[in-house]
Design a protein around this ligand. Structure first.
Ligand SMILES: Cc1cc2nc3c(=O)[nH]c(=O)nc-3n(C[C@H](O)[C@H](O)[C@H](O)COP(=O)(O)OP(=O)(O)OC[C@H]3O[C@@H](n4cnc5c(N)ncnc54)[C@H](O)[C@@H]3O)c2cc1C
Length: 309
């Protein structure tokens, strides 16, 4: 994950603007002295953000960044009280020529340091971010969006936390060499959270508030059953993997299973949502539909009832 490899750099960033994208989503535009040297490798590029704690904390982090080559180990070694909380987010847009980077936050309440910060943040507030830098040569890491060159059909399944990544993915579809059919199932808290996205895809917006009693992921799991994958399953017949998705234990950590496909693969599923929801979707696609595991990337972006630092 971000922050544990040397191609990531610790950036000092300052909030320049907040833009209310929809009732549940805010876009934050950050600037910083080194943002012109930030880079991104894919539309789902993950980053880490560090939030001020009651004891301050960001000063200790800045000192570590200045002095330590293995800043992550030094960060872990900080006493609990002065270790700034760290959370994972996505680069929604990067404009190095203007020294600006956008990150979109779901406002889910006062119950976590990131969402709490987002509710109250004002221009001028400072954070720290680890992101890839142009300055360090090394492997391109921190993303999972790897569409095969010849892919014919793509299925995107996401809740609101993965909407920034999907919005970025949709913007890149025109550049794919194979012009695949793309379907995206997007669950959001409210009907007023539906965004006008640029895309050459079939989008299915699934607001939870339009169906009373709907929990996280319910609409995704329900709507997925209307997506007909029989042709793909038939085409991939005989490629089944050795184990089914039920073999993947719920470890309590975020689900993280990456597809492993060559350029000729005709199908690709990219799934990111609450961790148990993502696991339910994975089990449906693999066990019920019969898709081989290696065609499905499944990621838990958060976990209901649990803080993930
Ligand atoms: C690769 C990756 C990319 C991500 N990109 C984004 C992004 O671009 N934008 C974004 O908003 N999130 C994104 N997330 C999700 C984000 O990291 C989590 O939602 C995180 O838990 C938020 O931290 P917090 O401090 O607000 O809450 P935490 O302290 O982690 O959790 C406190 C409580 O809030 C609950 N909670 C956490 N998130 C939500 C939510 N979305 N809805 C309802 N309850 C929640 C938890 O279950 C817990 O009970 C991404 C996660 C990953 C792994």
């Amino acid at each position: 994950m971000a922050g544990r490899n040397t191609t990531y750099h610790l950036f000092d960033i300052t909030l320049a603007r907040r833009t209310q994208v929809s009732p549940s989503m805010v876009r934050f535009t950050f600037t910083g002295p080194e943002v012109d040297r930030m880079t991104t490798h894919a539309p789902d590029q993950r980053i880490k953000l560090f939030f001020p704690s009651q004891a301050g904390g960001l000063e200790a982090l800045a000192e570590i960044a200045r002095l330590e080559s293995d800043w992550y180990a030094a960060y872990r070694a900080l006493p609990d009280a002065s270790r700034p909380p760290m959370r994972t987010y996505t680069i929604r847009a990067l404009r190095p020529e203007h020294g600006e980077v956008d990150v979109e936050f779901v406002l889910h309440g006062d119950n976590g340091p990131a969402s709490r910060w987002a509710m109250h943040a004002r221009p001028g507030d400072r954070l720290a971010m680890t992101a890839p830098t142009t300055e360090v040569e090394g492997p391109r890491l921190g993303f999972e969006w790897r569409p095969p060159r010849d892919v014919q059909r793509i299925l995107l399944v996401a809740d609101e936390t993965a909407l920034p990544a999907v919005a970025g993915i949709l913007e890149t579809l025109d550049a794919l060499p194979s012009t695949p059919r793309v379907e995206a199932l997007l669950e959001v808290p409210r009907s007023t959270d539906v965004q006008a996205l640029e895309h050459p895809a079939d989008l299915y917006w699934l607001p939870r508030d339009t169906v009373p009693g709907t929990g996280h992921g319910d609409r995704l799991l329900h709507e997925l059953r209307n997506i007909d994958l029989r042709r793909e399953v038939l085409a991939l017949d005989g490629q089944s993997d050795t184990a089914d998705a039920n073999d993947e234990p719920d470890t309590g950590r975020l689900l993280w299973e990456s597809a492993a496909l060559d350029d000729e693969a005709p199908f690709y599923a990219w799934v990111a949502a609450e961790s148990r929801v993502a696991m339910g979707i994975r089990r449906y696609l693999i066990n019920e539909c019969g898709l081989p595991k290696r065609y499905v990337t499944s990621m838990g972006y958060w976990r209901l009832g649990k803080a993930i630092g």
